[in-house]
Design a protein around this ligand. Structure first.
Ligand SMILES: Cc1ncc(C[n+]2csc(CCOP(=O)(O)OP(=O)(O)O)c2C)c(N)n1
Length: 608
């Protein structure tokens, strides 16, 4: 049977067909759908959202030591979080096959950087496979488990956004029963990385690497496709597709395994073609390593961009240089810009509005709320990586001393807090800081598409489970009186923020309002609000909330006068198809021009 699958769905299918028993992940674009698919479709696999990528890899590695095939999947920066166990797991090796899927994000469609994770395979001395379409995504996943068991090594499988999210036809097969038995196996010198044992293991992995190099020479997915012998391209993954699309007649060395590299096969290719070029996205990974082998390709990163995602046009342009003639259609009217924005009714908007008033330095974190850095909110002043807000706010406070009191806030989402914020908050209390931490508790991992986490009360498969209480946790970490606010109630929120900013000790505000996408959390939505056009003064206070349901129309003539004779330049409008009735705009309007259709206005919503 054949099925149209995205690269991520194909990786999930590959895991199923390979007989994987345990799969763990933390969501992150472009990797998220791998675990979502396993959670929904392959119930034979134990699946979990772990609180972060380090935990996910540790869970998978434990399962592997017990003899089960196991997989951890994550976005490229997730591998940084998992890097500590990963670098040493290379020494420990596996029992059941262990695969770490990294989904890189060239062009940073949804990431904080565009690091090239092929470097991790070299760094950790483990093999890496790189599929170039959905069929290969499935096949290479299965091969990764075989290679992992054959060489006693964790294997990395690298995808990129374009492979993970594009769809292709995939031939489905039946799942196999893996060759390794699942049982407790003790082998202390192999599993226990005390220096004396780890020293021995380092030698083993260097020997393993030599064997892997030999294997790479014979690996059938490292293929020479001989066509026109004047030009040969060394490439892999998505870059192979782009190159093949624009230069179908050139010769190719397509590498299915990008680490270690097959030196003899590369040498053969150099002999078979006249001029060799290397086409790859992001870093000159293949190029540097091919040059280090002593080969002299004619071109690589001198022609092909180092930053951003490639596409057929960029490949053609780079390779042809001055001879390139554009044959792309030119669009006279470019698409209107659509900057990302918080949703209408988003609970983050209320707290942002209040923090804006206090002119604090808001050390931000990673999630939907990072969008509060954009106008008109302009609240978030920094962000680096998941969990960094609290530590950096604390450091800033220590540097500023008295001068920073009441002015430094860390803003972090609930999922991000449980991913990497607990330790820095513990540190804030331990090391006697005065910063205010605001956890935006919307009961989901919003930015990546609503995944569960330890603070939602549900598992990946929707079963009810223990839910971390953030207020209790705050107490345990050392916050004296953690406070909860309803971020849609501006008066209450403002009062609590003011009081907490004035404290000399660390404070914690949990801004609790479910994500608008999390419909299970709402009893019902409110009726949309309306602008009374006779009262609106066009002052734009509501517009400054940045709500996508509110727009502004300039007016002239008769319309440039309110019902009671005041001049105005424009009128606000509320799109009733977008407005869920959070009542934020109702609260900020000084002229009573925004009207609620509720008998008794509720700020926010009745939640379950
Ligand atoms: C190390 C790492 N893992 C995963 C991600 C992907 N990611 C971006 S924001 C985010 C969490 C968002 O959830 P939350 O903190 O609850 O904020 P929300 O978007 O719900 O407001 C995740 C998982 C990332 N950027 N970095």
């Amino acid at each position: 049977m054949k099925k149209l699958l995205s690269g991520n769905e194909a990786i999930a299918r590959g895991a199923y067909e390979a007989g994987v028993k345990v799969a763990a992940a933390y969501p992150g674009t472009p990797s998220t759908e791998i675990m979502e698919t396993i959670g929904k479709e392959y119930k034979d696999i134990y699946a979990e959202w772990s609180p972060n990528e380090k935990v996910a890899l540790e869970v998978a590695s434990g399962a592997s030591l017990a003899g089960a095939r196991a997989m951890a999947s994550m976005k490229h920066v997730g591998v940084n979080v998992a890097a500590d166990p990963f670098m040493t797991l290379s020494y420990v090796g596996v029992n059941g096959g262990l695969v770490l899927v990294t989904c890189d994000d060239p062009e940073l469609y949804s990431s904080q950087n565009e690091q090239d994770n092929r470097n991790y395979a070299k760094f950790a001395k483990v093999p890496m496979l790189e599929p170039s379409d959905s069929q290969e995504a499935k096949d290479f996943t299965k091969l990764s488990f075989e290679i992992s068991e054959k060489f006693d090594a964790p294997v990395m499988l690298r995808s990129v956004t374009r492979i993970s999210h594009a769809k292709g036809i995939v031939k489905l097969e039946e799942p196999i029963i893996p060759p390794v038995t699942v049982e407790i196996k003790k082998d202390t010198p192999k599993y226990t990385m005390l220096p004396s044992f780890a020293r021995m293991r380092h030698k083993v992995i260097e020997e393993r690497f030599l064997k892997l190099e030999e294997f790479a020479e014979q690996f059938p997915e490292n293929k020479i496709e001989l066509n026109d012998p004047t030009i040969g391209i060394i490439t892999s993954g998505i870059s192979y597709q782009y190159s093949k699309e624009v230069f179908p007649n050139y010769s190719y060395l397509k590498l299915g395994m990008v680490w270690p590299l097959p030196k003899t096969l590369i040498g053969e290719f150099f002999k078979k073609v006249k001029k060799v070029y290397i086409i790859e996205e992001l870093d000159p990974f293949l190029e540097d390593n091919v040059r280090a082998m002593g080969f002299k390709p004619k071109g690589g990163k001198n022609l092909i961009p180092m930053c951003g995602e490639l596409n057929p046009l960029l490949v053609e342009k780079g390779m042809l240089g001055k001879k390139f003639k554009s044959h792309q259609p030119v669009f006279e009217e470019p698409l209107p810009p659509r900057p990302p924005n918080l949703c209408a009714g988003c609970p983050h908007r209320g707290i942002m509005h209040v923090l804006r008033k206090y002119k604090v330095f808001a050390a931000g974190d990673i999630g939907c709320y990072t969008l509060g850095a954009y106008p008109p909110l302009n609240v978030i002043n920094s962000n680096v990586c998941m969990g960094s807000s609290i530590g950096s706010a604390h450091g800033m406070a220590k540097a500023l001393g008295e001068a920073g009191k009441g002015k430094i806030v860390a803003v972090i989402g609930d999922s991000t807090f449980l991913h990497a914020g607990v330790h820095p908050l513990m540190n804030v209390c331990y090391n006697k800081s005065y910063i205010t931490t605001v956890i935006l508790d919307n009961r989901t991992t919003g930015m990546t598409g609503s995944q569960e986490h330890p603070g939602t009360g549900y598992t990946i498969r929707g079963e009810k489970t223990h839910m971390v209480d953030l207020i209790d946790l705050g107490h345990v970490l050392g916050i004296e009186n953690p406070r909860k606010v309803n971020p849609w109630d501006l008066e209450e929120t403002e009062k609590v923020v003011k009081e907490e900013l004035e404290k000399d000790s660390p404070s914690l505000i949990v801004s609790e309002g479910p994500c608008m996408m999390l419909r299970r959390a709402f009893k019902k939505l409110n009726k949309p609000l309306q602008v009374d056009s006779t009262k609106c003064r066009g002052c734009k206070t509501c517009i400054n909330l940045g709500c996508p349901a509110i727009s502004y129309q300039p007016v002239e003539g008769e319309m440039a006068m309110t019902g009671d004779g005041k001049k105005r330049k424009g009128i606000a409008f509320i799109d009733s198809t977008l407005c869920p009735g959070c009542h934020l705009c109702y609260q900020v309007c000084k002229f009573g021009a925004i009207q609620s259709q509720e008998e008794k206005p509720i700020f926010g919503f009745e939640t379950t």
